[in-house]
Design a protein around this ligand. Structure first.
Ligand SMILES: [Ca+2]
Length: 421
């Protein structure tokens, strides 16, 4: 294969409609340079155990595969502080279904989701995933002083990995991916929504499982529930697990069958009307006045302390048993709160102080800080932002006859487009 042909392949989709080139072997894939990426390894891998990545801060998880595949490892560096370690697993040409699936990652990510890749490769997919730009995810410390890594984690990594995976598949099979998919859950579900809204051209189908949408709001809600349920760190929660379970049992007795099936689940909590006062001091005394106030606060949701404006929806009837008093401490969300407090340059210990983290002032500040890289776009200005590059590209086309299809229209891309014209 000539160098010209190889260069054409490395620019990815532009080669799709061009002439056909001989496929590269697995080992030859290291010669590709997908956008902002280098390929460090490409090895034919027989069925067996693929060891997890050591040294990521997470226990390495070994996975088993039942097929032979080409295992490609690479790094994308869209910024000087970026180091998106990714893997693309390619089935043999005979086993490939023409489909490609990229996998999201829950929590703070920090490691390639090997279990997903192992499942996909067995189903004939080209499968990919990454560490989303940093290793390890059990603490928010990686966010400190690394705004570009936060952007990689929040949104950007998947673009470069998917772009690389498509270029690799094109080179390996000598034909483009026929159908592209993305799947993720929790934070991976949030990534899925971000992909749909920011890179709609990348995937034909997207599975967004339990997406942590409106991420800054969700985090603030978790902080708030931590304050409500455990007002004093180290002290027992304001309402016991047994009391919470008792409330849910009463709610189920009232509302379970409304959806037509008494199965222990309330399908539409909004259709459930329940008199919580009947369990308080004026009722059957299941709850003390303080406990009643606590659950009412959970139902009411979050408000601006000064104006009373609603900030985030409250808990629904039937969810009481699942109020986790440790959400904000050791319930698994403390690290995300770390993201918040590091974002405003505080120590994690201060989050419980209402003078420090509140909905009347800090909420807006932190939301503004985190939203651009983690929440789905929703601002009124965004449609305008989307239109501007297209308008500039049209003007560029009118003046030069050269079509620019990717934003931003930076000098490198403009020069490259003109050189190809
Ligand atoms: Ca039911």
């Amino acid at each position: 294969m000539g160098s010209t042909a190889r260069i054409a392949l490395t620019v990815g989709l532009t080669a799709v409609s061009g002439p056909s080139f001989a496929a590269l072997s697995c080992g030859q894939l290291t010669s590709l340079t997908p956008e902002a990426s280098t390929i460090s390894s490409a090895v034919v891998t027989p069925p067996g155990v693929v060891p997890g990545t050591p040294g990521t801060g997470n226990p390495p998880i070994n996975v088993s595969t039942g097929v032979t595949f080409c295992r490609v490892q690479g790094v994308a560096r869209p910024t000087q502080d970026s180091e998106i370690k990714f893997e693309v697993w390619l089935p043999t040409a005979a086993a490939w279904t023409g489909r490609f699936k990229q996998n999201g990652t829950g929590g703070y990510a920090g490691a390639t989701p090997y279990a997903r890749l192992a499942q996909d490769i067995g189903n004939g997919f080209v499968a990919s995933g990454s560490n989303m730009g940093h290793d390890g995810g059990e603490s928010a410390t990686w966010t400190l002083g690394h705004p570009e890594k936060v952007k990689d984690w929040g949104l950007r990594a998947h673009y470069y990995v998917a772009t690389a995976a498509k270029a690799l598949a094109l080179a390996f099979y000598d034909k483009p991916v026929a159908h592209s998919y993305f799947e993720g859950c929790s934070n991976g579900g949030r990534q899925a929504m971000m992909m749909a809204q920011n890179y709609p051209q990348l995937f034909d189908g997207i599975v967004a499982g339990a997406p942590s949408q409106f991420y800054p709001d969700v985090l603030f809600w978790l902080i708030w529930t931590g304050k409500v349920l455990t007002p004093v760190f180290g002290q027992p929660p304001a309402i016991s697990t047994a009391k919470r379970a008792a409330i849910t049992q009463k709610v189920l007795e009232k509302c379970d069958a409304i959806d037509g099936l008494a199965d222990g689940q309330i399908t539409n909590p909004r259709a459930c009307s329940f008199d919580i006062d009947a369990l308080g001091p004026d009722g059957d005394n299941t709850l003390t006045a303080q406990e009643l106030a606590t659950v009412k606060a959970m139902y009411a949701g979050t408000h601006n302390e000064l104006t009373g404006e609603q900030r985030y929806a409250g808990a629904k009837f039937g969810s009481e048993a699942f109020f986790d008093p440790n959400f904000a401490d050791n319930g698994g969300y403390g690290v995300f709160i770390g993201h918040y407090v590091y974002g405003v340059n505080w120590t994690a210990a201060q989050w419980r102080d209402p003078a420090n983290i509140n909905f009347s002032t800090v909420y807006d500040h932190v939301k503004q800080f985190i939203s651009p890289v983690t929440a789905a776009p929703s601002g009124a200005g965004e449609p305008t932002i989307r239109v501007i590059p297209a308008a500039v590209a049209n003007a560029f086309f009118s003046a030069t006859g050269v079509r620019m299809r990717r934003a931003p229209l930076n000098p490198e891309r403009v020069k490259a487009a003109l050189a190809k014209a």
